[in-house]
Design a protein around this ligand. Structure first.
Ligand code: MN3
Length: 335
């Protein structure tokens, strides 16, 4: 049975990964759980799934972690230990929030393992470094961002990689969709945190309300799929990635091929599907997540993004086109 490491196990992606693993009929062994600083939550998870190792990022909390663990579970601490431990499993789900996830991303790819990547910031802030690590024999990067998982699925519809024409990245538009720039001056944090279709951690929810998340995802798509066709990539550039506003969040992204055909991936919004996809790829999970009830799905709407009210999107395209360290500045400014 494949062994799984969960980095960021107490966060939104981590807890949903544990729920997906609980549903897995074919079985996975949880090798390690790692959290930044939430010792109590980490200890509670360890008691449920009994991993081989538990890691806490905050080294001052190692004693507290040791005291809480059941016998036979090894305690480790620190950022380096998180990365080393993750690389010991066959598959790592990287659900760490922000730039802090980079160490885990690099360690897993450099060890030639499969990385199920929810931490988009490591790709955006350190694209060239991650690309180098990706070329390690055996290394495999499967996206756990819902849009990029959708694109990953759509791309499998054609064998000739040079036949990919454009990518349509869908965006719900967040809680402030349809508002003009002037109307955004008085919005509150509470309103920004009330995402209409997705339940996610607070950082990505705020990023969604400003469309910065979509901007980061444009760069992420280019990093994931933009290498030369025939290599790991599909020969597209940043300017081949369009953002399409789709408030229902049912079409998770689309790929248009050179003959004009567009292939889309549809499901109800749930992160469990991309998590399960990244674990099972190239196979598929037996448990369904987000299957659509066509009797109730209703209307699907599409439109273009308002670049004036949401300038973060344009900033991301600019940073992506500039390349080099520009996406890192963008990401640092955003964090
Ligand atoms: Mn996304």
């Amino acid at each position: 049975m494949p062994t799984v490491a969960i980095a960021g196990s107490t966060g939104s992606i981590g807890t949903q990964t544990l729920e997906v693993l609980e549903d897995a009929v074919d079985g996975y062994v949880v090798d390690s759980l790692a959290a930044g600083s939430s010792v109590a939550e980490l200890v509670a998870q360890v008691h449920l799934v009994r991993p081989r190792v538990a890691v806490i990022g905050d080294e001052s909390k190692l004693g507290e972690l040791r005291r809480g663990l059941p016998p036979g579970v090894e305690a480790r601490a620190g950022v380096a230990a998180m990365a080393e431990t993750a690389a010991e499993a066959d598959v790592t789900v990287n659900g760490i929030v922000g730039f802090a996830g980079l160490h885990v991303t690099l360690a897993c790819l450099e060890a030639g393992k499969r990385l199920a990547l929810a931490n988009k910031e490591s790709l955006i802030a350190a694209g060239p470094v991650v690309q180098r690590a990706r070329s390690t024999p055996g290394a495999e990067l499967v996206p756990v961002d819902s849009e990029h998982a959708a694109i990953h699925m759509c791309l499998r519809a054609n064998d000739n990689r040079s036949r990919v024409h454009r990518i349509q990245l869908t965006a719900s538009g967040g809680p402030f969709r349809g508002r003009a720039a002037a109307e955004l001056e008085s919005v509150t944090i509470g309103q920004a945190l009330a995402h209409p279709t997705w339940s996610m951690g607070p950082k990505i929810t705020i990023d969604s309300s400003t469309l910065m998340n979509k901007g980061l995802e444009v760069i992420e798509a280019n990093e994931l799929f933009g290498l030369p066709a025939g290599d790991a990539g599909y020969g597209i550039t940043l300017d081949d990635v369009d953002v399409v506003v789709h408030p229902q969040s049912i079409v998770h992204s689309m790929v248009t091929f050179t003959d004009g055909a567009t292939i889309a991936q549809l499901s109800m919004p749930t992160m469990k599907l991309p998590i399960a996809y990244a674990l099972a790829y190239p196979d598929r999970f037996e448990t369904p997540y987000g299957a659509i009830d066509w009797a109730t799905v209703g209307t699907l709407e599409f439109g273009v993004a308002d670049n004036e009210a949401f300038p973060c999107l344009g900033l991301a395209y600019q940073a992506g086109r500039t390349g080099g360290t520009a996406p890192a500045w963008l990401n640092a400014g955003n964090e």
